[in-house]
Design a protein around this ligand. Sequence first.
Ligand code: AMP
Length: 597
Amino acid sequence: MDGDVTPVTHRPGRLRIGVIGAGRVGAVLAAALQRAGHRVTKASGASPASQERIEVMLPDVEVVDPDQVSRDTDVVLVTVPDDALEGLVEGLAQLGAFTPGQIVIHTAGRYGVEVLKPATDSGAIAMAIHPAMTFSGTSVDLGRIEGAPFAITTSPGLLPIAQALVVEMGGEPVVLGDAARHVYHAAMAHGANHLVTLVSQARQLLEDAGVEDSATLFAPLLHAALEGALTRGDHALTGPIRRGDAGTVAAHVHALASHNPQMLPTYRELARATVSRAANKDLITTKAAMQILDALDDYPPHDEHAGTTVVHTVEELHALLGSSRRGVVMTMGALHEGHLELVRQAKREVEQVVVTIFVNPLQFGHDEDLDTYPRTLEADTEKLRQLGVDIIFAPSVEEIYPQQRVSVQAGEMGAVLEGAARPGHFDGMLTVVNKLLGITRPQVAYFGQKDAQQLALVKAMVADLNMGVDIRSVPIVRDSDGLALSSRNTYLTPTQRRQALVIPRTIEAGVKAAADGANPREVLALARREFHAEAHGIELDYLVLVDPDTMQPHDGDITKPGLLAIAAMVGTTRLIDNAVIEWLTPDRGGLGATVEE
Ligand code: AMP
């Protein structure tokens, strides 16, 4: 074979070849078949580039419409773009352009022969032939076809025909099953196409490092790596991962993070895959693999003493969010031990802890304490620093609400209890929680049991809107006198504070009654009695026993926990408290007789 494309005509037993869509692949394959002695008689190709290619590569061919190509040829090469193939084949079948016994070949890598079904339904013979090489669309390719692998898919009885045609073209047939086509094509793209991206990214880094001729510098190493991978597979691996050198990998991550952060995800994923393959092949120890994986995740660097960063904008925050498991604690500041307990739990459970401090105007009513709510950022920061919080996000109102077109509605569950006393409060709360979850993108978020209705609503929102965040509740933290800690406790005068203690006592009375075996109705009655016996200077808003998930009145079913919840005004300060109550049942050591209604 010498690359001569002059048609050889008038030889018996040769096939009439047609090519539909004479792009680079079509023109070259047709020329290769012509070189083998067949006759390329008809071609179609709409674009000027195709027309020119036909003139150069297939000079004596008649250019006609696609259906005409198919009607008048023994072998039709359908070499249109992958996405156009299906529609084209259907259209040709509808026009009756396929003939019984005719060989129809497509060259789309991702398809098997199924896509040619309209042709086989017309009696044609279908085959998929995908040359695993790149094409320039010129006669140079005819030389390159020699020995190039061609993936062929067709029914078993027809394989010899497909193989023979490939061999005639000069290629090496490799048989592939119909079902394997997509994986085959993904492999080709992943290997050949992504290699281009990989090498280009690496060259860009070299150029950033001041290397002018990155190709020359790279060539020997890349050729050796490719050669090694093709002959020895994973065993050809060299470099820091192969040496188990986690420190160098960490240095790479840090260098990329500061110089070229957009390349970091690719580097990380490829390094992770490299570690995993090397470990599976016993090229590195499991311990080394774990150390390298940690090094890969170590940005921003996790340093116990690295301290707490306070940021005020979403952009600043996002620059600090790493890929490690993150938890968020949302607060309105004026932090006390209750808040800090949420933070401690987060510190125990996740790697990166973000605390948000934002007094959310949306959840305050007109007559509420938005303006006077305590703001103590400096003291809060110090407390959080001591607990080793990674990031404090303390945005302005403008940062959170540059515009407000869409908001979250709490629905019926947000209209009762606290919602009845504070219309719109839970809509505002859920809206900001939703926004802060979107901004901080945590895996886990921590909420206090103190605000039981808030907790239930956040859980409902996350479940109903499929937000994919794990909501964890933290038990109520109380002062030594029993009063639940609250930022609003600072509003109380010493007298009011004493008066407020009836609130925890009321809850405690209910909890104790339940522990003694009282049933739901009795528990509520005993709690009420306690409140009214002791209340001075305090106005009850509600004292209820509800389902902790729905906030609907508890139905008396002792298999379901109850939420005993209270809200009362002490002067102008609204205080709330609650307890979740599990009922004693006979099998849990309770007195059956007392439990029955
Ligand atoms: P706040 O700053 O009042 O919006 O509260 C922020 C978070 O801390 C919420 O999840 C509250 O439920 C929680 N929290 C407030 N006080 C307490 C407390 N005494 N015990 C436990 N969690 C609390």
